[in-house]
Ligand binder design. Structure first.
Ligand code: ADP
Ligand code: ASP
Ligand code: MG
Length: 412
């Protein structure tokens, strides 16, 4: 029997009524002849609440206990979804990550999926089960402890199941009807894309567009999963939503595909470090060991053998970064005059495969920001994206200015 993965995000399972609506969609696909693996998120707001509790008790928490707490939201929705389906006479059973088992690394809070043995679910499908409801976002470490896959990780659970079980498609049901040129919540003129290339989606996701978790796009690309993003609130149809697919399958192409932003950035500057061979390793080694995800890096001009080193990282990792840097200073490994954290910055990026063959995108971006009086603090580029760090208060203005400047409200 053909298989389908259907993933429902937090807003799509926010209460019992929504769970019933989602279950009806699953029932339609079962009637269409599919065996369905349903991946559920926690009810919207639940994971934030759980994270808040952990933070309140222990800001520099033990990540194993963080996972024990924050994975629990998904368990509730998995059980409720299975019960709802059973009430509709659809043979369904729920599974927590460890029961599958979804095996992950032991990187608690950010674990990566290593393997999904299919025997347990296959056996149940063979006995006549039509729907396996799996709690998203969670797995089990080699030591047998519960892990989580990072925020938004249910998307990755969904794609991994689609790959492991050879699903015909992986449908990600969410609160928008597809992937847009930018977040429709902050730009009214954002345009829904019928298709987007894996590479572009990967960049948009990693630069902050939270509609899909980055890792889910990587997996879909690697295992060639047909990945579709669509709304759980609209009529069902075969052409709904956005298909994430190979570049060759897309006819219309704008130079810039979309604009992404990330609100939760911080800029940190080590003032007056010795400019000598090995200094970058001495700084960024301990930061990596402390679990700080450094993104942009700028080393300023050196004067009299000393320089300032600036880097950006997620704002919630500033305390960790400060602790790591002060420890290296005390150990005499890096000497710096001061460490200054600017926690009021945001990152705005433009992404497009067209940049590979089209010059002048950076210049156009910088001009659009200048025209709105927005100062750029740090710039980074790669083959298909340009990112800038700016004051957070200008973030929405910058997204709108760039969306306008690159004419994204119109298809190419
Ligand atoms: P879910 O709970 O279903 O996983 P998320 O909140 O994680 O949903 O992701 C959906 C949200 O992603 C949308 O509500 C939207 O605000 C945001 N988003 C950001 N960038 C984009 C984009 N380019 N296209 C669509 N949605 C986007
Ligand atoms: N509930 C988790 C989160 O909010 C995972 C997910 O929804 O994808 O991050
Ligand atoms: Mg999500």
């Amino acid at each position: 029997m053909p298989r389908l993965v259907m993933k429902f995000g937090g807003t799509s399972v926010a209460n019992l009524d929504r769970i019933r609506r989602a279950a009806k969609r699953v029932g339609v696909e079962v009637a269409n002849g599919y065996e369905v693996i349903v991946i559920v998120s926690a009810m919207s707001g639940k994971t934030n609440e759980l994270v808040g509790w952990v933070d309140e008790i222990s800001p520099l928490y033990d990540a194993r206990e963080y996972d024990a707490v924050v994975s629990s939201g998904e368990n509730v929705t998995a059980g409720l979804m299975a019960l709802t389906l059973q009430e509709m006479d659809v043979p369904a059973r729920s599974w927590q990550g460890w029961q599958v088992p979804l095996k992950t690394t032991d990187a608690h809070g950010q674990a990566r999926i290593e393997e999904i043995p299919t025997e347990n679910l296959d056996a149940k499908f063979n006995e006549g089960m039509k729907v396996a409801v799996v709690a998203g976002f969670q797995g089990i470490s080699p030591e047998g402890r519960i892990t989580t896959l990072g925020r938004g990780g249910s998307d990755t659970t969904a794609v991994a199941f689609a790959a492991a079980f050879g699903a015909e498609r992986c449908d990600i049901y969410t609160d928008v009807d597809g992937v847009y040129t930018t977040d429709p919540r902050i730009e009214d003129k954002a345009r829904k894309l019928d298709k987007i290339a894996f590479e572009e989606m990967l960049e948009l996701a990693s630069l902050g567009a939270k509609v899909l978790q980055t890792r889910s796009v990587e997996l879909a690309m690697r295992y060639n999963v047909r990945l579709r993003v669509l709304s759980s609130f609209e009529e069902m149809s075969d052409t709904a939503g956005t298909l994430v697919c190979a570049e060759e399958d897309i006819v219309e192409k704008n130079v810039v595909a979309g604009v992404a932003y990330s609100r939760d950035e911080a800029k940190m500057t080590l003032i007056s470090v010795a400019d000598r061979p090995g200094i970058a390793a001495a700084i960024f080694g301990p930061l990596a060991e402390a679990g700080v995800n450094v993104d942009m890096i700028v080393q300023n001009i050196s004067e009299e053998g000393r320089t300032d080193m600036t880097f950006s990282c997620p704002v919630d990792q500033v305390a960790r970064a400060e602790k790591a840097m002060h420890a290296t200073k005390e150990a005499g490994e890096v000497n710096f005059h001061d460490l200054v954290a600017d926690t009021d910055v945001a990152k705005v990026s433009v992404v497009g495969i067209g940049m590979r063959s089209h010059a002048g995108v950076a210049a156009q971006m910088f001009k659009a920001l200048k025209d709105d009086g927005i100062n750029i603090k740090v710039i980074t580029t790669s083959e298909i994206k340009i990112s800038v760090l700016i004051d957070r208060k200008y973030m929405e203005l910058a997204v709108q200015a760039l969306h306008d400047s690159f004419g994204l409200e119109k298809a190419a």
